[in-house]
Design a protein around this ligand. Structure first.
Ligand SMILES: *Cc1c(COP(=O)(O)O)cnc(C)c1O
Length: 406
């Protein structure tokens, strides 16, 4: 069986058979349980990446396994020529969690949720869009047009227009960019791919006020920050606002692909019959998985747990001499480093059995499953601190010692 095939051999076969879009994979994983994964050579890792903020209940959670197995054994896929109960109840449930009157379009991913929202904005009769620097909204052409990173965009121009980028967190720049020609402003409440970068208190509230003044839609991309990750069902509620559009994906299915474009109030009727579609979106298996995720988050009080565990991770790392700042909310955690060594830190931490992510040269991102225990958080902190120690120049401690008396 595969026991004879080593991880190195799998990686060679990978590069022979899969497009080289992601660079070399870090490991070949064969199994997961709770907050742990195992590689093809039998090594165990504590997983603080969770499939990029996806596996909110960790790996192989019994509630998700049961829901998916039962639904697949009952009715797996029907297309959107037919309705299913899990799809209808999930839409109602998401609107209830948001506390709004609205309507939902289901997709299979974050980028597709944003494509649906992008098309919805076109139906306002306006074509201009405003996005933020540092943003990430996905890799399909429409979502890419709203993503700021030049390296992602440049090879694929021309992208759909007409998008203006404003500095994230700068209220006056946003105010200056929005007028009656702007269909929508799209913002992440906390920028996930950038490394849990926050815009500052009051920014989303100001964005709501500015968009309202000009009849512009406020579209909040909660693909990464939504579904409990920040300790609230949706990160934008911390600012007390009601957006016109909310997009979700990553954590929603607990590992089963599902996304959602939720439109509030009048925006809910912008997309009309024939305007948009999907074959797989909102299929009953994915909807059942999402129900299992939401049930478990509720039953086990995992939102409050995410807040506490996130604070534990930040507090455990904040005082390390190499750490410049900690950011984010709940279990969307950013760790700013004083030196651009995040990729090396990621690799060394992995070699010691913990999965984390270098979101930028000087920024780590921790997006663990919401079931991460306090002990597991402490274990991860100890390993990360050990590795950070290696990057603190030997002179630092000597200097502070010699300078201390002065
Ligand atoms: C990951 C992400 C996306 C894209 O989601 P995919 O499922 O990878 O297409 C969009 N927006 C945000 C904020 C994300 O973090």
């Amino acid at each position: 069986m595969s026991a004879a095939t080593t991880q190195q051999e799998w990686l060679e076969r990978y590069s022979g058979a899969l497009m080289n879009t992601f660079g070399p994979p870090q490991r070949v994983l064969v199994r997961g349980e709770g907050a742990y994964v195992w590689d093809a050579d039998g090594n165990r890792y504590l997983d603080l990446l969770a499939g990029i903020a996806v596996n909110v209940l960790g790996h192989a959670h019994p509630a998700v396994v049961k829901a998916v197995s039962e639904q697949l054994g009952t009715l797996g896929h029907v297309s959107n020529f037919f309705a299913t109960e899990p799809q209808v109840t999930l839409a109602e449930r998401l609107l209830g969690l948001l506390g709004v009157d609205g309507k939902v379009f289901f997709t299979n991913s974050g980028t597709e949720a944003n494509e649906a929202a992008f098309k919805l904005t076109r139906r306002t009769g306006r074509t201009r869009l405003v996005s933020a620097t540092g943003s990430f909204h996905g890799r399909t052409m429409g979502a890419l047009a709203l993503t700021s990173k030049e390296a992602y965009r440049a090879p694929f121009e021309p992208l759909p227009g007409d998008v203006t980028f404003v500095p994230y967190g700068d209220v006056e720049a946003l105010r200056a960019a929005v007028d009656e020609t702007v269909a929508a402003v799209v913002l992440e409440p906390i920028q996930g791919e950038a490394g849990a970068v926050e815009p500052g208190a009051g920014y989303l509230a100001a964005a709501r006020e500015i968009t309202q003044q000009h009849g512009t839609l406020l579209w909040v991309d909660e693909v990464q920050s939504g579904v409990g990750r920040t300790g609230a069902w949706f990160a934008h509620t911390a600012e007390g606002i009601v957006p016109d559009v909310v997009t979700l994906a990553k954590g929603l299915g607990g590992g089963i692909p599902i996304g959602a474009c939720i439109a509030v109030g009048d925006a809910a009727d912008l997309l009309q019959p024939g305007n948009h579609g999907t074959t797989f979106g909102g299929n009953p298996v994915a909807a059942a998985a999402a129900h299992a995720v939401l049930d478990t988050l509720e039953d086990e009080d995992l939102l409050a747990h995410a807040t506490a565990t996130g604070e534990r991770l930040r507090a455990g790392l904040a005082d390390h001499p190499l750490v410049a700042d900690t950011s984010g909310a709940g279990l969307l955690v950013g760790i700013g480093l004083r030196k651009p060594v995040a990729p090396q830190v990621q690799a060394a931490v992995l070699a010691r059995g913990v999965v984390i992510n270098a979101a930028a040269p000087d920024r780590l991102r921790l997006v663990p499953p919401l079931i991460l225990t306090a002990d597991q958080a402490d274990e991860a902190v100890a390993v990360i601190r050990d590795v950070l120690d290696l990057h603190v120049p030997a002179t630092t401690s000597t200097t502070s010692e010699t300078e201390a008396p002065a």
